[in-house]
Design a binder for this molecule. Structure first.
Ligand SMILES: NC(=O)c1ccc[n+]([C@@H]2O[C@H](COP(=O)([O-])OP(=O)(O)OC[C@H]3O[C@@H](n4cnc5c(N)ncnc54)[C@H](OP(=O)(O)O)[C@@H]3O)[C@@H](O)[C@H]2O)c1
Length: 380
C-alpha cells in the first residue's frame, strides 16, 4: 500500500465541522471557493449569491465509513479470481484493475473505444452501458473470453459527470436538456442495471462472489440546503439523481440477493473528489450548450466547471478508490456502503470531506426525516 494512503485509523483525530466555522472556512476546506475564485473570479456567481444565515445544525454528528482503512488486515486472498470492471480505460477503473492485478486477479475491463487505449495493462472489451445493443454484444464477447469460467468480482464503475442548471436556460433548449438528462440516467443508473442483469447469470455461485458499484457521495446529496447552494451543488442535480438511483438499486439488489440465499455480496463505494478526467473537457454530459473544449458561455456554470476541474486536478489519487475496492474484496463480510475519503489533512481538504460533511448536516436539517441525537425530539 502506498505510504500516502495510510490515514484512516479509527483512533486518529477527526476533522470535525466546527460550530464556529464560517461559510468561508467551510468552502476553503473543500477548496471550491478558492478554486472557483482563482478560475473565474466568481464572487458573484450563482453559488455565491445566497448568503446562508443559519449554520449547519451541529448537534448531530456525521461519521462516514471512510475507506481505505489504515489498519486493514486481509481475510481473503484474491489470487486466481476473475474480475470484470466497467469503465476501466482510465481513472478509478484503471487504478482498480491495476490494484487487483497486483493481487493476482485476472482482470477484464471495458471502454467505449478500446482501440484508443493500446498497450493497456489488461484487456478491454467494447461497452457503452447507455446502449442496450452494446451491452448485449459485450455480454456475448465476455462469455467467449471467460471460456467457461465464472465472474468472481463485478465492479460497475463506468460513469460520467453530469452538469448544468436545474432547468433549461432557454425554452428552446428544453429538448437538449431532456435528452441529455435521459442519457445521464442511462449512463449512471439504467446502464448498470442492464449490465448487471446480463452478467448476474455469469457470476460465481461459490462462497466468493462480489458485485460492487462506484456510486458517489453526490448520490447522498440533494442540493437543497443553503450550504449546497453556496457550493454549486444544484449544478449537479441530475448527476446526484443518477447516483442516488444507483445507490438505491445496489442496496435493494444486495438485500434481495441476501434474502434469496445467493452468495453474491453487494457493496457500493462512494468516493469524494478523486483526481481523474471526470470533469475534463467534453467528458461530462452537459445539460446546456458548451463549446468544443467543454466550456460554457453561462458564467455561473463556467465558474462551477472551473471549480470542479481545479478540485479534481488536485484531489486524492484514484489509487485511494482502488485500495478501497481491494480492502472490501478481501473482507469476509464487506460493508454494504463506504466512502472513499479521509478525516485527516491534507487529505480532508483534497477530498473535500470537511465541506461535504457540513453539507450533509445542513441537508439533514431539512430532510423529510432528519436524524438527530436521541431524545432531542423533532427538529423544527
Ligand atoms: N473522480 C471523482 O471525483 C469521482 C467521485 C465520485 C464518483 N466517481 C465515479 O467514478 C467512476 C469512474 O469515473 P472516473 O472519476 O474514473 O472518471 P474518468 O477518468 O472519466 O473515467 C470514466 C470511465 O467510465 C467510462 N465510461 C464513460 N461513459 C461510459 C459509458 N456510457 N459506457 C461505458 N463506459 C463509460 C470511461 O471509458 P471510455 O471513455 O473509454 O468509454 C472511463 O473508463 C464514475 O462512475 C464516476 O461517476 C468519480
Amino acid at each position: 500500500m502506498p505510504r500516502d494512503t495510510r490515514r484512516n485509523e479509527k483512533s486518529q483525530p477527526r476533522v470535525e465541522p466546527n460550530a464556529r466555522s464560517t461559510r468561508r472556512d467551510l468552502l476553503k476546506a473543500g477548496g471550491l471557493l478558492v478554486a472557483a475564485g482563482a478560475g473565474a473570479g466568481i464572487a458573484q456567481s450563482a453559488f455565491a449569491q445566497s448568503s446562508p444565515t443559519s449554520p449547519p445544525p451541529l448537534a448531530t454528528e456525521v461519521s462516514p465509513r471512510y475507506f481505505p482503512r489504515d489498519s486493514f488486515v486481509p481475510e481473503i486472498s484474491l489470487g486466481g479470481k476473475v474480475a470484470v470492471i466497467t469503465g476501466a480505460s482510465r481513472g478509478i477503473g484503471l487504478a482498480t484493475g491495476r490494484a487487483l492485478q497486483a493481487q493476482g486477479v485476472t482482470v477484464i475491463g471495458t471502454s467505449r473505444l478500446p482501440a484508443y487505449y493500446s498497450g493497456h495493462p489488461f484487456p478491454l472489451l467494447t461497452l457503452d452501458v447507455a446502449d442496450p445493443a452494446s451491452v448485449d454484444a459485450f455480454a456475448s464477447q465476455l462469455v467467449a473470453m471467460l471460456d467457461g469460467r465464472s465472474i468472481d468480482i463485478l465492479i460497475n464503475n463506468a460513469g460520467r459527470l453530469v452538469v448544468g442548471t436545474a432547468i433549461p436556460i432557454a425554452p428552446q433548449l428544453a429538448p437538449l436538456f431532456e435528452s441529455q438528462a435521459q442519457l445521464a440516467m442511462e449512463t449512471l443508473h439504467v446502464g448498470h442495471v442492464r449490465v448487471t442483469n446480463r452478467l448476474l447469470p455469469l457470476m460465481s455461485q461459490s462462497d466468493y462472489s462480489r458485485l460492487l458499484f462506484t456510486a458517489s457521495v453526490a448520490g447522498t446529496l440533494t442540493g437543497g440546503s443553503d450550504l449546497s447552494e453556496a457550493n454549486g451543488i444544484s449544478f449537479l442535480s441530475t448527476y446526484n439523481s443518477g447516483k442516488r438511483a444507483l445507490l438505491a438499486y445496489a442496496n435493494s439488489l444486495g438485500m434481495f440477493l441476501k434474502v434469496s440465499g445467493s452468495p453474491i455480496q453487494v457493496s457500493t463505494v462512494n468516493p469524494m473528489f478523486i483526481r481523474t478526467t471526470l470533469a475534463d473537457r467534453l467528458n461530462p454530459i452537459f445539460l446546456e450548450p458548451v463549446d468544443t473544449e467543454g466550456n460554457s458561455q453561462n458564467p455561473y456554470l463556467q465558474a462551477f466547471l472551473d471549480a470542479m476541474r481545479a478540485i479534481t486536478a488536485a484531489a486524492l489519487p484514484a489509487s485511494f478508490v482502488a485500495e478501497t475496492y481491494a480492502q472490501l474484496l478481501q473482507m469476509n463480510a464487506p460493508l454494504p456502503n463506504v466512502v472513499t475519503g479521509s478525516t485527516l489533512e491534507p487529505y480532508a481538504s483534497q477530498c473535500g470531506s470537511a465541506l461535504i460533511e457540513s453539507v450533509w448536516l445542513a441537508e439533514n436539517a431539512q430532510a423529510p426525516a432528519p436524524l438527530g441525537p436521541a431524545g432531542a425530539g423533532p427538529l423544527e
